[in-house]
Design a protein around this ligand. Sequence first.
Ligand SMILES: NC(=O)c1ccc[n+]([C@@H]2O[C@H](COP(=O)([O-])OP(=O)(O)OC[C@H]3O[C@@H](n4cnc5c(N)ncnc54)[C@H](O)[C@@H]3O)[C@@H](O)[C@H]2O)c1
Length: 253
Amino acid sequence: MRFNEQVVLVTGGGSGIGQQVCLAAAREGARVAVGDLDAERAEQTAAQIRAAGGEAHAFALDVTQPGSVNQFVNGAEAALGGLDVLVNSAGIREIVSVLDLSLEEWNKVMAVNTTGTFLPSQAFARRLVALGRPGRIVNLASTLGISAAPNRAAYTASKHAVVGLTKEMALELGEKNIRVNAVAPGVVRTPLTERYFQDPVQAEVIRSIHAVGRWAEPAEVAHAILFLAEERNGFITGAILTVDGGWTIGKKM
Ligand SMILES: NC(=O)c1ccc[n+]([C@@H]2O[C@H](COP(=O)([O-])OP(=O)(O)OC[C@H]3O[C@@H](n4cnc5c(N)ncnc54)[C@H](O)[C@@H]3O)[C@@H](O)[C@H]2O)c1
């Protein structure tokens, strides 16, 4: 199994992509720390892993708060006996025009998506360096970390920042044996995006922007995340892996 004897921490592990990462990592032998603002959903993910014979701990986590982040990283190490992989999947978005976007909305999205990637990554990397251990971080960027779409100014800016942070941390931490990569998914059907699919016209637009003519399921993104987190892919760092069904290749004529 690819993650045997390894400890994998996941923020936003109570739902969507993060939850699929937790389940897939556990199937590959990992002991999993499931962190989420929604502690009940984190516990549900952990319980699902334990019911299948795996090992998992749930943590109430707010990625915007340094104290909560430190408790998550330290608690995971204490409960599961190590630190190997961090996946930053906690994220939110607002859909509002740039002219109407409030400072409060902007700050909230930046706090969760950008600061909420920086704080866990820094706490995790600091602990690895103190322990003299190698490790891997995988961030959730987005196609909107590479390109733009209307009415998503805060989200697009926050994900471009995640791309920059990924490259910066990969550069600084490479010689410490810590690899940092990101995935940039297209539209994935999760609770975050479920509203799109209630409207057939919008669902068709979403389907058609992807070269493959469909949206993604969260398990497909989880596979790509675990690929980047695998020990044997040790020469991949600072990469932004599009998992976007061809969305960003170009427009269909
Ligand atoms: N779904 C998509 O189409 C898509 C596409 C590209 C990128 N992404 C990114 O993937 C990540 C996961 O998205 P998803 O679709 O699985 O969303 P989701 O809403 O299903 O899951 C996100 C989880 O993050 C948690 N969360 C929110 N704020 C938090 C906080 N302050 N601290 C800790 N946890 C918090 C939520 O409780 C939720 O469980 C996000 O970063 C998102 O931006 C999603």
